[in-house]
Design a protein around this ligand. Structure first.
Ligand code: AHG
Ligand code: MN
Ligand code: MN
Length: 337
């Protein structure tokens, strides 16, 4: 095999970054922990770890045993890496600070340890998502330190546990995909400088929420469904896996548009997905692959977060479709105004 390993890719790619050595250390720690998790996932149906627990997380969602196990694996790995000052996890109400005084370790990590965990019960695809932010250089570190716009991310990555385990990363110079060779526990570069085609005829949305959507989304999907005979003059295909990692991965590999829009199902929430550890890292990976990411009304990476677990509308993928959906939002807001 001539493919470059993750380790040797990082050695070269991080060489020009002032924080490069520490970043490589952090990514390799996440990669190693994800391999441990991949093994646990593979045998979870035998060990009984697929069980749903009776307690809810801060999101008000019932946890799976594997949500807790995967959270513990990554928290332990980040703490031991000695380059992470603190973490925010989907599964933990508060930020956890490893070195209270700050400025000792360069990074903060916000993460979703197990994305799409409802798929566990059906042996479906799940993933882990990580956003790497700079830690403040001066002063004490607390939850406030995580409230940085997504454009401040130093790196973003996810691991997808599918037929193959893959790690997809951007450190700000394109998006690269690595595939795990399970025989040697090594990730090898398999898709370099991913390029999301600007055009697509495939969309991903949970259509069962249609009655809760805003008008611009109803319009966009209706026009896709009209197919060849309609305004779009072509037939569209639809996919929905209920795992953002799996849906975004498909879009990075063959184009498409992913939508989890704002809806009035729970009007107090701005969307279903979480800004810090779902929307931001996925937006960086998509933008670095020449795609686009928006709430429909603004670029996701420009949002100034106000809470560590805040939610956001997410529309991302092929550039032309995301732009069209943003245009429909703009027209709708103008008419309403
Ligand atoms: P998580 O399992 O981390 O809570 O995330 C699930 C998310 C996301 O991965 C997916 O796109 C979406 O929720 C699925 O939502 P529906 O259940 O509404 O389809
Ligand atoms: Mn998730
Ligand atoms: Mn999760």
């Amino acid at each position: 095999m001539n493919n470059k390993s993750l380790e040797s890719y990082l050695e070269t790619a991080c060489a020009s970054l002032s924080y490069g050595e520490a970043l490589a250390k952090l990514v390799l720690a996440a990669a190693k922990a994800s391999i441990e998790l991949a093994h646990l996932l593979a045998k979870s149906n035998l060990t009984g770890d697929t069980e749903k627990l009776s307690n809810k997380n801060v999101q008000g969602e019932y946890q799976m045993r594997l949500d807790v196990i995967s959270n513990d694996i990554f928290v332990k790995a980040f703490k031991a890496s000695n380059v992470v000052a603190g973490i925010v996890s989907e599964e933990l109400e508060d930020a956890v600070i490893f070195n209270i005084e700050g400025n000792q370790y360069p990074f903060l990590v916000a993460f979703d340890p197990l994305d799409g965990s409802s798929n566990i019960a059906v042996n479906g695809i799940v993933g882990s998502i990580f956003s790497i932010l700079p830690a403040p250089i001066h002063g004490a570190i607390d939850a406030q330190a995580f409230l940085q716009a997504g454009k401040s991310q130093l790196a973003a990555l996810y691991v997808i546990y599918g037929p193959a385990t893959m790690l997809v990363i951007s450190i700000g110079n394109g998006t690269q995909a690595f595939t795990l060779d399970a025989a040697t526990n090594t990730f090898y570069l398999t898709q370099a400088n991913i390029n999301i085609s600007p055009q697509t005829s495939e969309f991903a949305i949970n259509a069962s929420n249609e009655r809760f959507w805003e008008k611009p989304i109803i319009r966009y999907i209706a026009e896709c469904l009209d197919g060849k005979a309609g305004l779009r003059a072509r037939d569209f295909n639809m996919r929905w896996t209920a795992s953002m990692v799996a849906d975004v991965h498909r879009i990075l590999m063959r184009g498409g548009v992913f939508l989890y829009p704002k809806d009035n199902k729970q009007p107090t929430k701005a969307g279903r997905l979480r800004l810090l550890y779902e929307a931001n890292p996925m937006s960086m990976l998509v933008e670095q692959a020449h795609g686009k990411s928006s709430t429909g009304r603004m670029r996701i990476l420009d949002i100034q977060p106000t809470e560590i677990h805040e939610r956001v509308a997410v529309i991302l993928g092929s550039e032309q479709e995301v732009s069209l959906i943003a245009q429909y939002h703009q027209l709708y807001d103008q008419q309403k105004g």
